[in-house]
Design a protein around this ligand. Structure first.
Ligand code: C2G
Length: 129
């Protein structure tokens, strides 16, 4: 059993998020998800429809997710990897290479995104209804 960690906003949870989380969970057997706080989202230039509390509750309800923690900043990953004894850090290939420095602390994997779906597109579609 290996412990996997990933991070994200996970606003308006959709099948692309679920595909990623299920594939990451399958890599190790235990999955911890860092959900970006509303404050960190603003630093990422994102304005979520759902609050942090709502996004964290929705993600934690997924069968493949074992634990949800708050993602407050860019720097916490190394500490999280140590604190939660992480074996694998994984994230979508849209971040390819951005977190390679974590390979000193654990295995780093970038997985392909699910095509043709994004929170941005969902927001656009909903705004036209
Ligand atoms: N994702 C995916 N397929 C999509 C959309 C998203 O696989 N169609 C994946 C992303 O690659 C990411 C995860 O779902 O691994 C969460 O995506 P976002 O909520 O957009 O999170 P992001 O803004 O990438 O935040 O410190 C890391 C950041 O917090 C990542």
């Amino acid at each position: 059993m290996k412990t996997v960690i990933t991070y994200g906003t996970f606003d308006l949870l959709h099948v692309g998020h679920v595909n990623m989380l299920e594939r990451l969970a399958d890599l190790g057997g235990k999955l911890i998800v860092g959900v970006s706080t509303d404050e960190f989202n603003l630093l990422k230039g994102k304005h979520s429809v759902y609050s942090y509390a709502e996004r964290a509750k929705i993600v934690s309800a997924l069968r493949c997710v074992d634990q949800v923690i708050a993602e407050h900043d860019w720097q916490q990953k190394k500490k999280d990897i140590e604190q939660y004894q992480i074996d694998i850090f994984g994230i979508g290939a849209d971040w390819q290479g951005k977190f390679d420095e974590l390979s000193a602390n654990c295995e780093v994997v970038y997985l392909p995104r699910t095509p043709s779906i994004s929170t941005t597109d969902l927001k656009k579609a909903l705004s036209k209804i």
